[in-house]
Design a protein around this ligand. Structure first.
Ligand code: CP
Ligand code: NVA
Length: 308
């Protein structure tokens, strides 16, 4: 069973093959209307369940469109509307869903839910974001970097902001794809050391710096994300904003990176908080390609899971 649960749990050769496959599939569409089917229909006759226990725009739409382009069908389910939200166990839900569908994507809170789903499902399970990681996002991000600047191996990626789920997947990707990673943010919002240790063990250069300007020196890519994630309590909002304000990605910070550095954000963004509009809409930003590439990268992930 090939689940796609996390970047550090997936073989690096498979990750590389998925990125290359995604780029080939993107090129093959060659500007076709979004709803046009791909020439190949590897998901014909397959049913994919997309389960959301948190809101989503990109993940929801890109998975749905991707499945349809490949000839499959989808059902989008809200966790709250399922028995899952009313006391049925994850394990029982996984067993039942596996009798109806060929593939399950789930966006949930605790990563333990994802793992329990994968353990008891008899079809592949894909992580569509947990409190801990967001691997599909970083597959799209690596693809986007390489589309603009060539191989990411040996490059320096700098994250400025909260040490959150998206950052953890970036750190896992550093280890698997062989690039260096720097985290800059306030100490109370440091990432989980497990993710950084993984990158370090795999030979990446890993740094934690408190000064964002020192951190972005020599950066090939600057990344940030929301200051308050979906799983963070709203009561922490003001404190987080105060802690994170010095880490805003603005034109001054981008000017301290390499002149050809790119800017990425998984979106949704909060303009003038973690990033200014001048950077988001500026020449170094590749955020719309990044969002588009969710579609292509996830099509490759689904094909890998199903072996089609
Ligand atoms: N980046 C991302 O996962 O966006 P959504 O929350 O809209 O799916
Ligand atoms: N860190 C954000 C990412 C959203 C795609 C969150 O978890 O809310």
């Amino acid at each position: 069973m090939k689940h796609f649960l996390d970047i550090h749990r997936t073989d690096p050769a498979d990750l590389r093959a998925m990125i290359d496959h995604a780029r080939a599939m993107k090129a093959a569409r060659n500007g076709a209307p979004k709803g046009a089917p791909d020439d190949e229909q590897p998901l014909a006759g397959r049913m994919v369940a997309l389960i959301f226990e948190k809101p989503s725009t990109r993940t929801r739409v890109s998975f749905d469109v991707g499945v349809r382009q490949m000839g499959g069908q989808t059902m989008v389910l809200s966790g709250a509307d399922m028995q899952l939200g009313h006391g049925e166990t994850i394990a029982d839900t996984a067993r039942v869903m596996s009798r109806y569908v060929d593939l399950i994507m789930i966006r949930t809170f605790e990563e333990a839910v994802l793992h329990e789903m994968a353990e008891h499902a008899t079809v592949p399970v894909i992580n569509g974001l947990t409190n801990r990681t967001h691997p599909c996002q970083i597959m799209a991000d690596v693809m986007t970097y390489e589309e603009h600047r060539g191989p990411i191996r040996g490059r320096k990626v700098v994250w400025s902001g909260d040490g959150n789920n998206v950052f953890h997947s970036w750190a896992h990707a550093a280890g698997q794809f062989g690039f260096d990673i720097t985290f800059t943010g306030p100490e109370p919002l440091d990432p989980d050391p497990e993710a950084l240790d993984f990158a370090r063990r795999k030979g990446s250069r890993v740094e934690i710096l408190r000064d964002p300007f020192a951190a972005v020196a020599g950066a090939d890519l600057v990344v940030t994300d929301t200051w308050v994630s979906m799983h963070d309590p709203q009561s922490a909002r003001e404190r987080r904003h105060n802690q994170l304000r010095p880490y805003q990605v603005n034109e001054r910070l981008m000017a301290a990176a390499k002149p050809d550095a790119l800017f990425m954000h998984c979106l949704p963004a909060h303009r003038e908080d973690e990033v200014t509009s001048a950077v988001m809409d500026g020449p170094q930003s590749v955020i719309w390609d990044e969002a588009e590439n969710r579609l292509h990268a996830q099509k490759a992930v689904m094909r890998w899971c199903l072996g089609v």
